[in-house]
Design a binder for this molecule. Structure first.
Ligand SMILES: Nc1ncnc2c1ncn2[C@@H]1O[C@H](COP(=O)(O)OP(=O)(O)OP(=O)(O)O)[C@@H](O)[C@H]1O
Length: 313
């Protein structure tokens, strides 16, 4: 779509954003940046202020304080041609229309100076076979795909994705992730808001965590995982040990009697497996169904929210 560039200029930067609604502080000194071709995931519990912040960045809400620059403009004062450089998949933008998918897409193309061909944009979201179907008759997942197609039709430089895969089936979700990957390679920047942590792992270069209107953590998925210090778990079955015997190598292990599974908690799973193998051959027990489980990003995120005392109930 667009030539890959080597420099990583900020396409979006915001700092010190403050927003109150009906006497309630919704955002307090919030800020973030998104560089060209970067996918940033904005995370936070329900009511943290994610949608409000995104609405400020899109120019739909005007914050009471702070500075925002998106593609070189203040979104609140930006002219119409600025909006054509941005794509948005809103949380509830399910399109309603009596037009067919093809007619609706052709009409939307008219709003942009250099839109994608109808066929290309519908193919990108797997709707090419439904051009003659009325939009009003589409299923929920099909409408969501149309939302996404309309966000991409103007060849945007920056896309806001608010829970983009809600309502999509597992295959459609993976197809969309693949498409977003290739957009990123083309230099398109994205700000993703989602509660799906698998989606964050699949797409995000960087994560920004908003809690009660403030940015409380920021980093890559790998960096946040490393900083969490959460241990790995090594599990296995050893039928020979069911009689209550416990070799010294397993003195710290947990034993789950109903499943017969042993679990070791460790910061160094490779070393733990080496130690276990040695003990197993020395003491004559087996290591059936041996599995190492490193903390998932969900484990890391929930632990982080707990440490900030905002874990979901
Ligand atoms: N116009 C308004 N008047 C009063 N309160 C508001 C208004 N708009 C937002 N809020 C409050 O601001 C807080 C942040 O809302 P926002 O929708 O931005 O959160 P969110 O992080 O997107 O949540 P979710 O994950 O549930 O979508 C919420 O407590 C909400 O009730």
């Amino acid at each position: 779509m667009r030539q890959e560039r080597t420099s990583r200029e900020a396409v979006l930067s915001a700092e010190g954003i403050g927003l109150s609604r009906a006497g309630v502080t919704v955002l307090a000194d919030a800020g973030l940046t998104v560089a060209e071709g970067e996918v940033v995931a904005l995370l936070g519990p329900n009511g943290a202020g994610k949608t409000s912040l995104v609405e400020c960045l899109e120019g739909f809400q005007r914050p009471q304080s702070g500075r925002i620059e998106v593609l070189g403009r203040d979104p609140w004062r930006a002219p119409g041609h600025w909006r054509a450089r941005i794509g948005a998949v809103l949380q509830d933008c399910r399109i309603e229309s009596e037009l067919t998918v093809g007619e609706f897409t052709a009409m939307t193309r008219g709003y942009y100076p250099d839109p994608l061909p109808v066929q290309d944009v519908l193919a990108a979201v797997g709707l090419e076979g439904l051009q003659r179907r009325r939009v009003a008759k589409l299923s929920g997942g099909e409408r969501r795909r149309l939302d996404i197609a309309m966000a991409l039709i103007g060849r945007p430089e920056l896309v806001f994705l608010d829970e983009p895969t809600t309502g999509l089936d597992a295959q459609a979700r993976r197809d969309l992730w693949e498409m977003l990957h290739s957009l990123r390679t083309d230099g398109v920047a994205m700000l993703l808001t989602t509660h799906l942590l698998e989606e964050v792992e699949a797409l995000a270069d960087r994560v920004v965590i908003l809690v009660r209107g403030r940015v409380r953590r920021e980093g890559t998925v790998a960096g946040l995982r490393e900083r969490s210090g959460l241990p790995a778990r090594v599990g296995f079955l050893a039928p020979e040990l069911t009689g209550g015997t416990r070799p010294p190598a397993l003195s710290e292990a947990e034993y789950d009697a109903p499943t017969g599974r042993w679990t070791l908690t460790t910061d160094d799973p490779a070393e733990a497996v080496r130690r276990l193998s040695a003990a197993a051959s020395r003491e004559g027990f087996s290591l059936l169904d041996l599995a190492v489980r490193t903390p998932t990003f969900e484990d890391v995120y929930l632990d982080l929210l707990r440490s900030l005392e905002v874990a979901p109930r």
